[in-house]
Design a protein around this ligand. Structure first.
Ligand code: HEC
Length: 353
């Protein structure tokens, strides 16, 4: 696939070379004429190479001799990138794709000037947004609506628990499918240029989020599926810190990813997940509280808190480190380390600061 995709820019290059002789009023014309736009978009759209939109003057994460450094995309950097493309590899891209072409000074100057003239990210977001937005809407509100008492009860009465699970999965899959399909269709739109230090936010918070998720999923408790009657036993382990550990994990994971990305479509995705997690906490609590005579839950709510450490600080329960289980912490950190390692492969960008 890669090889075939490479042919397109090369053919564009060959076809457009004669056009280069004609001077065009568009300042970015040299980039089109030299075939650069076969691999680099001018509007933020993804392609073989990084987009030129917002490139000039921005901070770039590049690999130089295998080490990640941040550079400013000034005239010098751009000239180096064109003359010796494999010297510095833009983060998330592979070496060896950008063609080496020998040029004279005037040609270099023209290309650099053209790069500087590419409109920056203030151009309005375009592309097709409805599949991404509809997918997120289905995923978030489908989850919440289907598990709400007024919908769940009647549906289960009609099609049974199994049928309900099927419907639930169907809605979730439709949402995820639309998001996966729609994500690349929506164009990239940078809300603000994120400072490099924001990359530390997920690197510090996501390990905690992973531990919360692992501990949340593996600690038996009354908010887990099918364990509603566990409230009577009182909180244990991670539930003494918060009664919704796994949901906190998802919320923190989502929120922590927004600042270093700072673009519209990924922010929508991350905030959607975080919103669903927070709404889920409120929703589960409300549903349980609505059951008449559920004194065990009433008691459990008093002994725990939604916000981490609040019940402990108020003296309504005490922190028992041993109950959390060191293996849960280690498993969470291990899962995080694996994801950090795979980040570049799976997501396309390195997650390291
Ligand atoms: C066959 C595809 C291809 C073509 C054609 C191509 N490039 Fe690239 N270019 C890439 C890839 C892939 C990268 C990222 C890897 C790297 O940094 O070398 C890149 C990186 C760059 C960078 C660094 C961008 C950054 O985000 O830091 C600049 C600048 C650049 N190219 C300019 C040009 C110019 C100017 C032309 C036309 C003369 C051109 N490229 C033609 C594939 C291509």
């Amino acid at each position: 696939m890669r090889r075939v995709a490479c042919l397109v820019p090369i053919l564009t290059l060959a076809w457009s070379a004669p056009l280069a002789a004609q001077s065009a009023p568009d300042p970015t014309a040299p980039l089109v004429a030299s075939g650069c736009t076969g691999c680099h978009s001018l509007d933020g759209a993804p392609n073989q190479g990084p987009t030129f939109q917002g490139l000039y003057g921005s901070h770039r994460g590049v690999y130089r001799d295998g080490e990640r450094v941040t550079v400013v995309a000034d005239d010098d950097y751009l000239r180096r990138s064109i003359a010796t493309p494999d010297l510095e590899i833009a983060d998330g891209y592979d070496p060896g794709f950008m063609p080496h072409v020998s040029r004279d000074d005037a040609e270099f100057d023209a290309l650099v000037a053209a790069l500087a003239a590419v409109p920056s990210s203030t151009t309005p977001a375009s592309g097709t947004w409805w599949p991404l937005c509809l997918g997120l809407f289905l995923f978030v509100f489908g989850h919440l609506a289907l598990s709400s008492a007024p919908l769940r009860g009647p549906i289960v009465a009609r099609i049974g628990e199994k049928g309900f699970s099927g419907l639930y999965s169907l809605v979730a899959f439709a949402g995820v499918g639309l998001v996966v399909w729609g994500y690349p269709l929506a164009s990239y739109y940078l809300i603000f240029e994120p400072p490099t230090w924001t990359r530390w936010i997920p690197n510090l918070i996501v390990p905690i989020a992973f531990v919360l998720m692992v501990a949340g999923f593996t600690t038996p408790g009354p908010t887990s599926v099918g364990q509603a009657d566990r409230a009577g036993a009182g909180p244990r382990g991670i539930h003494r810190i918060t009664r919704h550990p796994a949901l906190w994990g998802f919320a923190l994971w989502g929120l922590a990813h927004v600042p270093p990305n700072a673009d519209l479509k990924s922010s929508l995705l991350f905030l959607g997940v975080a919103f669903l997690a927070f709404a889920g906490m409120v929703h589960i609590d409300l549903r349980r509280a609505a059951r008449p005579d559920d004194h065990a839950w009433e008691q459990y709510e008093k002994q725990t808190s939604v916000f981490p450490f609040v019940a402990i600080a108020a003296g309504r329960t005490s922190l028992v480190w041993k109950e959390i289980g060191i293996w849960r912490v280690l498993a969470g950190l291990l899962a995080w380390a694996a994801m950090l390692h795979l980040h570049r492969l799976v997501i396309g960008v390195s997650a390291l600061p």
